[in-house]
Design a protein around this ligand. Structure first.
Ligand SMILES: [Zn+2]
Ligand SMILES: [Zn+2]
Length: 155
């Protein structure tokens, strides 16, 4: 058998895919099998089009690792939102949200690998807003009662 690319050269083997004879210069070894150059190209292209397998552990970037939420970040945000939706509760939930947000921030400061700084910040801001709303709400309720009492005729 002669090489499919070099008719003057003897083939050292035949392609594992198409069976064409390949000489020593043309043969392509791929995963322990012999291929002609055309089939090797196709095999390479198929490999390249496949999603690349995840790199070894040493190549993994810290940012690619699943981020762990800092403890308190989610709680802070939830408390902040609940306190915002039910503003009279803001007096209780607001300071709690701030407290949890601070915990989350401390945890992130201690371990930069932790995620949730955005949530902690949102929880912190909501906590402040909740507290203000809660205080204003309380003043408003007291004011309303006071006004109602004052305007109710005594007779
Ligand atoms: Zn081939
Ligand atoms: Zn050849």
């Amino acid at each position: 058998m002669k090489c499919v690319y070099h008719p003057d050269k003897d083939a050292v083997g035949s392609c594992g895919t198409c069976g064409a004879g390949v000489c020593d210069a043309c043969k392509v070894m791929l995963a322990g099998k012999l291929y002609c150059q055309a089939c090797a190209d196709i095999a390479f292209a198929e490999r390249a089009s496949r999603p690349t397998p995840p790199p070894g552990p040493s190549l993994v970037q810290p940012s690619l690792l699943p981020r762990v939420q800092a403890p308190g970040a989610v709680t802070s945000l939830v408390l902040g939102i609940v306190g915002f939706m039910f503003w009279p509760l803001g007096l209780i939930f607001g300071p709690l949200a701030i407290n949890y947000a601070n915990q989350a921030r401390d945890a992130i400061a201690a371990n930069p690998m932790l995620d949730g700084s955005g949530m902690a910040t949102a929880g912190y801001v909501l906590g402040i807003v909740d507290t203000i709303f809660g205080v204003l709400g309380l003043i408003w309720i007291i004011g309303m009662f006071t006004c109602t009492c004052a305007t109710v005729p005594l007779w």
